[in-house]
Design a protein around this ligand. Structure first.
Ligand SMILES: Nc1nc2c(ncn2[C@@H]2O[C@H](COP(=O)(O)OP(=O)(O)OP(=O)(O)O)[C@@H](O)[C@H]2O)c(=O)[nH]1
Ligand SMILES: [Mg+2]
Length: 295
């Protein structure tokens, strides 16, 4: 083992939409988690690995902690809490463009009990002026005991490197945990399903984002190099199916084109994407359906 080598696990926590997945992607330097303007986008944990000559930082992206209204919501919160108990560093994400609220205070209180080192991360700093940022940093100091407070913008990249240095500083001395070339533990077919879900989320409103799930049924790579992906988009009601498909299938075509391009970036080659929309009635509340959809 190299002297002074550090390695360990960290995760970002915070309410839905705080910018956890965007920040995780910016730090890992590759899109391993999908993001959207809708709260509760992330539905499972994804590990992303940052490799340095002196350290390895494993970032675990988790869903946002929220008040659950469905069985899916309860499962997601359980997932977040079990991750908290396994990491060395927790970064509490607080968006700079919003006041600190009850949800943030609740999460802050919960993590205060844990053994992990706590770092406050003020996200989306590109959206506010200096005076607002200063005010937010003061409010964060009142919120709890943090080893560090780091303002950061995942979009402009400002302070992303500093945040990585800070988190690595709190990792234990340890040998390397993952192979050199590994960026994520996310299986490729899951990443594909997530990229399809991200495309399907764009432009849908109200409850519909929560009702969408995607399963990749089959991936075939032909000798020509063409990757064929067969996937199903699930919704909870037939009225939602009509919305997702759109007039003369215009929306579905659009989603298919965007998802195909994203999957082509992922595999680095041509992709044929076969998409179907199916109804899985009230799947968010049905244990059997949840299991089938991977929750
Ligand atoms: N301007 C700006 N927008 C950001 C930044 N980080 C995230 N966002 C936006 O904030 C929204 C939410 O980002 P996500 O990364 O999906 O948030 P999240 O915390 O992972 O959300 P959940 O998975 O739903 O808990 C998206 O529209 C992002 O584009 C940032 O640094 N600057
Ligand atoms: Mg997320």
């Amino acid at each position: 083992m190299q002297q002074n080598y550090r390695a360990g696990f960290a995760c970002f926590v915070g309410r839905p939409n705080a910018g956890k997945s965007t920040l995780t992607n910016a730090i890992v330097g590759q899109k391993i988690a999908i993001t959207s303007a809708k709260p509760q986008t992330t539905r499972h944990t994804v590990r992303g690995v940052v490799h340095r000559t002196d350290a390895q930082l494993v970032l675990v992206d988790t869903p946002g902690l929220h008040r659950p209204r469905t069985l899916l919501g309860e499962r997601l919160n359980d997932l977040v809490r079990s991750t908290w108990s396994e990491v060395d560093v927790i970064g509490l994400c607080l968006p700079a463009d919003e006041e600190i609220g009850r949800g943030d205070r609740f999460i802050s209180g919960e993590i205060a009990e844990l053994k992990a080192t706590l770092v406050a991360v003020v996200t989306k700093t590109d959206l506010v002026d200096r005076a607002t940022l200063a005010k937010r940093l003061l409010a964060v100091q009142e919120l709890g005991e943090f080893a560090d407070i780091v303002p950061v913008s995942a979009v402009s990249g400002e302070q992303v490197g500093t945040l990585v240095d800070v988190m690595i500083g709190h990792l234990p001395a340890s040998p390397q945990l993952y192979p050199d070339d590994m960026l994520t533990d996310e299986p490729e077919h899951v990443l594909m399903a997530e990229l399809i879900r991200e495309a399907a989320l764009e432009g849908v409103r109200d409850e519909l984002p929560h009702s969408i799930a995607v399963l990749v049924e089959e991936v075939l790579v032909e000798d020509s190099g063409l990757t064929k992906v067969y996937a199903d988009i699930y919704v909870e009601r037939s009225s939602q199916k009509a919305i997702v498909i759109g007039h003369q299938a215009s929306r579905l075509k659009d989603v298919g084109t965007r998802a195909r391009r994203a999957i082509e970036d992922l595999v680095g080659g041509r992709v044929y994407l076969d998409l179907h929309v199916r109804v899985a009635k009230d799947w968010q509340r049905d244990p059997k359906q949840l299991r089938r959809l991977g929750f």
